[in-house]
Design a protein around this ligand. Structure first.
Ligand SMILES: [Zn+2]
Length: 269
């Protein structure tokens, strides 16, 4: 949750093979995928150019994408790309690679392709990811306890906190606090801060922005205004009301100073 691979700067693709002429259908050195989902999580479709193809693994790299690649506890998106089902999305260096299923021939480098997200699933992941940040916020604001890790699926998630032990009546109280934040319908704002500005922010320091590699000069910040603020590369809803509701399904001890919460995101009551 805390440090998303997608915040790590895109590595520069090095043109090593054949170092001679770069033809118009070859990927240019330094070409990277524009990660549209970082600026607008509500884009469900894209027209993009294929900048590289790996026919053996049936993977396509695009000049821009709306598909979120697995990272930061959030699973990759699914959908269709050039009418092929998208079965995996990964970010490697500066490129997002989309693995497609089926056996139909793949478009070539330079082709323009249309991609469409499975929007219902993505929106569920956005609600779930935002729910986890609300959870981080209320647990920090009420008990001063930091998160140690987490993972999510559409509408369900787990998150680990440094509690030892869990406070009395914890489950009911945390559910009530989360419900209050959802009822307040707090705006969720995404911004991009220069690294030095981010390092001056107490909330971002608390959530370990300083652990993001030095080479990352611009930090993406997700601010649930008045509740939780952290460096984050995931996709979020616009306000806490859109989360719906959150139920704490289970709490488990994972050892000293590590307690696991399992949550479900439900429709608004
Ligand atoms: Zn996150």
């Amino acid at each position: 949750m805390r440090r998303h691979p997608s915040m790590v700067p895109a590595g520069v693709w090095r043109h090593t093979a054949g170092c001679g002429t770069v033809g118009s259908r070859e990927r240019l050195p330094g070409m990277e995928t524009d990660l549209l989902y970082l600026r607008d999580a509500y884009l469900a479709e894209v027209d993009a150019e294929v900048i590289d193809v790996d026919p053996d693994t049936r993977r396509l790299a695009l000049d821009r994408t709306v598909f979120y690649p697995t990272g930061g506890g959030q699973p990759h998106d699914t959908g269709t790309l050039a009418d092929h089902p998208v079965v995996d999305v990964r970010k490697e260096g500066g490129l997002v690679w989309h693995t497609v299923g089926g056996e139909a021939p793949l478009p070539g480098r330079g082709a323009t392709v249309h991609g469409t997200l499975d929007w219902d699933r993505r929106h569920q992941l956005m609600r779930t990811h935002s729910a986890l940040h609300v959870l981080c916020g209320v647990i920090w604001n009420r008990w001063g306890v930091p998160v140690t890790g987490g993972n999510m699926e559409p509408l369900s998630a787990r998150m680990d906190f440094e509690f030892d032990p869990l406070p009395e009546g914890f489950k009911e109280e945390v559910e009530r606090l989360v419900a209050d934040e959802i009822a307040a319908d707090r705006p969720i704002e995404v911004s991009f801060l220069p690294r030095d500005t981010a390092l001056d922010d107490a909330d971002l320091i608390r959530t370990k922005v300083n652990l993001i590699p030095e080479s990352v000069r611009e930090i993406r910040v997700v601010d649930i205004v008045g509740c939780d603020k952290q460096a984050d590369g995931g996709t979020h809803v616009r306000s806490t009301g859109e989360v719906g509701g959150v139920r704490v399904v289970k709490t488990e001890s994972k050892g000293k100073g590590n307690k696991r919460l399992r949550i479900e995101v439900i429709d608004a009551r």
